[in-house]
Design a protein around this ligand. Structure first.
Ligand SMILES: *Cc1c(COP(=O)(O)O)cnc(C)c1O
Length: 387
C-alpha cells in the first residue's frame, strides 16, 4: 500500500499532481470498524469489501481492516477473493454470491469460503472438491427468508439443510440470511425475516443433535437498527464501515466518519455573458453575466450525468451549483459567488472543505439514487490517495 505522505502539506491539505483524486482515510475506516465492533457486542464484525470496497480500494481497505482486528472478510465474487489472496490476505474470505461450476476450482484453489444457496450447488461443490482431493469444504449456507434473491427458501430450509450437511466433503460452518428492508422505518418485514431465520436455526439445531451453528444476518442498517436481535456470531456491515449511514434516522446509533472524499480542480475559468450557454445540448443559458469554472471530473469519474444542473460542489468553503450537462471528463460550475476563485482551486464533489461538508448522501439524493451507487461509481482513473 502506498501512503502518499509526501502529498500532505502540514498534515491537512493535499497537493497531488493529478487534477482529481479520492482521499481515503484509513484511520476513519479503522475508527468505524471499532465503533461497529463496539456496537456488535459479542458478535464479530465480518467486513464487506465487495465492489472494490465500495470504491475505496479492495486491497488497502482489507489490509487496514485486518490490521484493526477483522478476523474474516466478505467479497461478492471469486475474482475479488483471488485479488485479496494475491495480495497476501490470509484470513477466511466469504464469497457472497453463488459460484458457477466453472469457478469452483479457482475458489477451492484459493481457499475461499463459498456461500451455498441450493442442494444442487452443494452437490456440484462436493463433486469438484472430490476431484481436487479437497477433503472438507467449509460453507456458509444462505437462507432466503424474504429477500427473494439467493438462498435456500426458508420453507424448505430444514430438509435441504439436512441433505447438504450429509454430503461428504461439505461442512456447514455458518448459516446466514439477508434482510430486504432493514433501513425502513416500518420494522414489520424485518422482524418477520429475523423470526423466520431464528426458527430455521432452531430447526437445524434439532436435527443435528443440538449442534449450534455460526450465523449472521445484519447488514449496516440491521446492525444499527436491530441490535441485538440481528446479531448472530457475526454481523456483516458494508456501508457503515465507510462512514455512511444507510438511513439518516440511524445517525444517533453510532459515530461514523466518512472515509472517502472526492476532489478535483478548476482547470479553466471564464466569464460568460447573458444569453450564452454551456455544455452539450445547451441545457443551461446564463440569465446574467456569470463566472464559470470547468472541473476535471465527469461521469467517467463518478459524477453521474443525471446530476447535470442538479449537483453541487464546494469551492473555497462555498456551495456552488453544477450548470449544464455533466460530460465524460469535465463538469461546469457557476462560481460567480466565490470571492477570489482562481485556476487550480480545489472543488469537492463530496467531502469537507474548511467548515463546509457536502455528503455523498446529499449528492445521491439529488441524483435520485443511494450513496452506495455513488461510492461504487467513483471511476477507476481517479487515483485513491490513502492517508
Ligand atoms: C452488500 C451486502 C452486505 C453489506 O450491506 P450494507 O448495507 O452495505 O451494510 C451484507 N450482506 C450481503 C449479503 C450483501 O450483499
Amino acid at each position: 500500500m502506498r501512503i502518499h505522505t509526501h502529498l500532505i502539506q502540514r498534515g491537512k491539505t493535499f497537493a497531488p499532481s493529478t487534477p482529481s483524486w479520492a482521499e481515503i482515510s484509513l484511520k476513519a475506516l479503522q475508527h468505524n470498524f471499532l465503533e461497529l465492533k463496539r456496537l456488535a457486542g459479542d458478535a464479530e464484525v465480518l467486513p464487506v469489501v465487495k465492489a472494490n470496497a465500495y470504491g475505496h480500494g479492495l486491497v488497502p481497505v482489507s489490509k487496514a481492516l485486518v490490521g484493526a482486528g477483522a478476523k474474516a472478510l466478505a467479497v461478492a465474487t471469486v475474482r475479488e477473493g483471488v485479488t485479496l489472496r494475491n495480495a497476501v490476505v490470509t484470513c477466511p474470505i466469504l464469497v457472497l454470491t453463488p459460484t458457477l461450476p466453472a469457478e469452483i476450482p479457482t475458489l477451492l484453489q484459493y481457499c475461499l469460503t463459498p456461500q451455498v444457496s441450493s442442494v444442487e450447488g452443494a452437490r456440484e461443490l462436493a463433486k469438484v472438491a472430490k476431484q481436487m482431493k479437497v477433503s472438507r469444504v467449509p460453507i456458509h449456507l444462505k437462507l432466503d427468508t424474504g429477500m427473494g434473491r439467493v438462498g435456500v427458501r426458508v420453507e424448505r430450509a430444514v430438509r435441504e439443510f439436512d441433505a447438504i450437511r450429509r454430503m461428504p466433503g461439505i461442512r456447514v460452518d455458518a448459516v446466514y440470511t439477508h434482510l430486504a428492508t432493514a433501513d425502513w422505518l416500518d420494522p414489520k418485514y424485518a422482524w418477520k425475516q429475523i423470526t423466520l431465520f431464528k426458527q430455521a436455526l432452531d430447526g437445524f439445531r434439532k436435527i443435528s443433535g443440538g449442534k449450534t451453528f455460526q450465523s449472521h444476518m445484519a447488514n449496516s442498517a440491521a446492525l444499527l437498527a436491530y441490535y441485538p436481535q440481528s446479531a448472530g456470531t457475526w454481523v456483516r456491515p458494508g456501508l457503515a464501515l465507510y462512514g455512511v449511514y444507510p438511513n439518516q434516522n440511524l445517525r444517533s446509533k453510532a459515530k461514523l466518519i466518512p472515509v472517502m472524499q472526492v476532489k478535483t480542480r478548476i482547470i479553466h475559468l471564464k466569464a460568460l455573458d447573458k444569453g450564452q450557454s454551456v455544455s452539450y445540448g445547451r441545457t443551461y443559458t446564463a440569465k446574467k453575466p456569470i463566472k464559470v469554472a470547468t472541473l476535471s471530473l465527469g461521469y467517467a469519474d463518478g459524477v453521474q450525468r443525471v446530476l447535470s444542473n442538479k449537483a453541487h460542489f464546494l469551492v473555497r468553503g462555498k456551495r456552488v451549483p453544477v450548470i449544464g450537462r455533466v460530460c465524460m471528463d469535465m463538469t461546469l460550475i457557476d462560481v460567480s459567488k466565490v470571492p477570489g476563485v482562481k485556476l487550480g482551486d480545489i472543488a469537492t464533489f463530496f467531502g469537507r472543505d474548511g467548515k463546509t461538508v457536502l455528503s455523498v448522501n446529499e449528492q445521491a439524493t439529488l441524483a435520485g439514487t443511494i450513496s452506495y451507487e455513488l461510492l461504487c461509481a467513483v471511476g477507476e482513473r481517479v487515483p485513491r490517495i490513502y492517508v
